[in-house]
Design a binder for this molecule. Structure first.
Ligand SMILES: CCCCC/C=C\C/C=C\CCC/C=C/C(=O)SCCNC(=O)CCNC(=O)[C@H](O)C(C)(C)COP(=O)(O)OP(=O)(O)OC[C@H]1O[C@@H](n2cnc3c(N)ncnc32)[C@H](O)[C@@H]1OP(=O)(O)O
Length: 279
């Protein structure tokens, strides 16, 4: 994917010069040092290999540009933040594809979870499974107060299992007992429930999600970067190292698990159900 620059919006000067790729729009504001990164992979921002790749490229570009200290992650698709991992990448393919795909999923999580940037999730739509994982890698989560916008790691509902580093990320956020129950039951939380369990930090009216994210960002960016980054690293490095130490084994584990006939059947049935839902 190539990074494309688009023309700055009228009267906005350089700071609003947008860039990005086909599926990841980046609206940087150099004056404040904050960039808004919007997923644009309609209809549901499913985390395809292309979106994962473009996401990693755009994140790396922002991390390498010292103008930017904070990034707000949000969706350009209505009603959905991200539908999670792209199910079509995990069924009906071959082991080599599964390995390539999972490596990209690992890579995105590793880069987000230990990012030096302040990352705030402005969750403006449904946020299941892999979408929830992305929001959990952020430093702060704001969810729109819409009962249709459910959030959670619902993998067991599909007959699959969230791997240990998904689990670790959830435990680090809502604690062990709440995670144990949420993961086993594949719980999708309503906004008020997500707030109550600590899965999100704030629930606000839908039209205030971005403005709230911008004001929270200002608070986090008031902290000296180096001290905040060292603290974030101290909090998260043990969790990250668990995956780093066994990335290849984790890939092999995923490939053998996802390749099982029973799992393939579950995923196919789930995809069918999603399609029937529209009928
Ligand atoms: C101890 C042993 C451990 C072993 C572990 C080893 C490895 C780990 C194994 C597996 C990996 C687990 C990690 C998996 C994480 C995931 O993210 S799996 C994906 C889970 N996602 C979901 O369950 C969400 C499914 N989607 C929805 O619920 C809804 O689509 C919605 C997001 C609420 C939006 O609803 P709506 O606006 O009504 O849109 P539609 O449902 O009509 O969908 C529109 C079209 O998009 C397709 N689609 C939806 N979600 C996905 C998806 N995730 N991937 C691909 N495609 C998706 C849907 O089929 C529709 O398609 P058509 O327009 O009909 O073609």
């Amino acid at each position: 994917a190539t990074i494309r620059r688009t023309e700055p919006t009228a009267g906005s000067g350089d700071s609003a010069r947008r860039f990005g790729t086909q599926r990841v729009l980046v609206e940087p504001d150099a004056a404040s040092g904050v960039a808004v990164m919007k997923f644009k992979n309609p209809p549901v921002n499913s985390l395809s290999l292309e979106l994962l790749t473009e996401f990693i490229i755009s994140l790396e570009k922002l991390e390498n540009d010292k103008t930017f200290r904070g990034v707000i992650l949000t969706s350009d698709c209505p009603r959905v933040f991200s539908a999670g991992l792209d199910l079509t990448e995990m069924c009906g393919k071959n082991p080599a594809h599964y390995a390539e795909y999972w490596k990209a999923v690992q890579e995105l999580w590793l880069r987000l979870y230990l990012s030096n940037l302040v990352l705030i999730a402005a969750i403006n739509g449904a946020c299941p499974a892999g979408g929830c994982l992305i929001s959990l890698t952020c430093d702060y989560r704001i969810l729109a107060d819409n009962p249709k916008y459910l959030i959670g790691l619902n993998e067991t509902l599909l007959g699959i299992v969230a791997p240990f580093w998904f689990k670790d990320t959830l435990v680090n956020t809502i604690g062990h007992r709440a995670s144990e129950q949420a993961l086993q039951l594949g719980l999708l939380f309503l906004p008020a429930e997500a707030l109550q369990v600590g899965l999100v930090d704030q629930v606000v009216p839908e039209d205030q999600v971005l403005s709230t994210a911008l004001s929270v960002m200002a608070r986090w960016m008031a902290i000296p970067d180096h001290a905040r980054q060292l603290t974030k690293n101290m909090m998260r490095k043990t969790t990250v190292d668990r995956l780093v130490k066994q990335r290849d084994a984790d890939i092999q584990n995923f490939v053998s698990f996802i390749s099982r006939d029973s799992i393939q059947k579950s995923l196919q049935m789930y995809l069918e159900k999603l399609k029937q839902k529209k009928g």
